[in-house]
Design a protein around this ligand. Structure first.
Ligand SMILES: [Zn+2]
Length: 245
């Protein structure tokens, strides 16, 4: 089918290691990327997740330090692949946490695809959940509503690209299966933040709305994937400097 996946770093956040991987070395901090994955080779370029909106504002609202260099902007990342924001036809969300919704309003020609359950919960969480950015979620509800396409359950997004709902990390969390010529790639979202030991040892991150569902998703990803791609691991840039085909 000739699909290609390129990881792109849209900025970094600093997290306690016990938050990245449940109970791992509490008190130790690490800067982790907020990645997006660009899927090329189909009818239209697809982005999976959208980084964060503004480092200083999010640090103030969430308490987590964030930073973004000049090379980590959406524009700079797309330029490396000869693209502009207007070329992206689909922005697909694994979930709507604040480090995944940042450039939602920067893609004028993109369908914004997300699980209905996730948007519902993001708009009206069960407690004042700092992980949803009210500004980004507000934009999705309006003025970007015309671009939004809600899905209910596992869905084919394009030939060779489909979502599999996992729940776990958030109510409408989904993984993205991409058929590349060399095997099955799975963009796992935040089911695990890092490949090792999160995915390799099937240990969930420090945040889940349903930990059992997260662990089930980790097992499923390991069973079904040849390439497992989390959103918050620098290792993917070292493992796949030329992307995945
Ligand atoms: Zn995240």
């Amino acid at each position: 089918m000739g699909l290609e996946i390129q990881p792109m770093n849209l900025g970094e956040g600093e997290a306690d290691t016990s938050f990245m991987v449940w109970s791992m070395t509490p008190g130790e901090k690490r800067w982790i990327p907020c990645s997006t994955y660009l899927i090329l080779g189909g009818e239209t370029p697809i982005l999976v997740d959208a980084g964060f909106r503004d480092a200083d504002e999010l640090q103030a609202s969430s308490g987590f330090p964030f930073r973004q260099s000049a090379e980590q902007t959406l524009e700079a990342n797309l330029r490396k692949h000869g693209l502009e924001a207007g070329d992206i036809g689909i922005l697909l969300f694994t979930h709507l946490h604040l480090d995944h919704t940042g450039v939602v309003d920067k893609l004028p020609n993109a369908k914004l695809v997300m699980q209905r359950t996730e948007l519902g919960y993001a708009a009206a969480p069960h407690f004042p959940d700092l992980f949803y950015d009210r500004v980004d979620i507000g934009k999705i509800v309006d003025p970007l509503w015309k671009q939004v396409e809600l899905i209910d359950g596992d869905t084919e997004i394009a030939p060779g690209v489909r979502t599999v709902v996992s729940g776990g990390h958030s109510p409408g969390h989904q993984m993205v299966y991409v058929d590349v010529d060399s095997g099955q790639a799975i963009i796992v979202g935040d089911v695990a933040y890092v490949i090792d030991p999160g995915l390799t040892q099937e240990i969930p991150p420090g945040y889940s709305v349903n930990t059992r569902d997260t662990v089930e998703a980790l097992r499923k990803a390991n069973r079904e994937g040849d390439y497992l791609l989390p959103m918050h691991d620098h290792a993917v840039y070292d493992l796949y400097p030329d992307g995945i085909r």
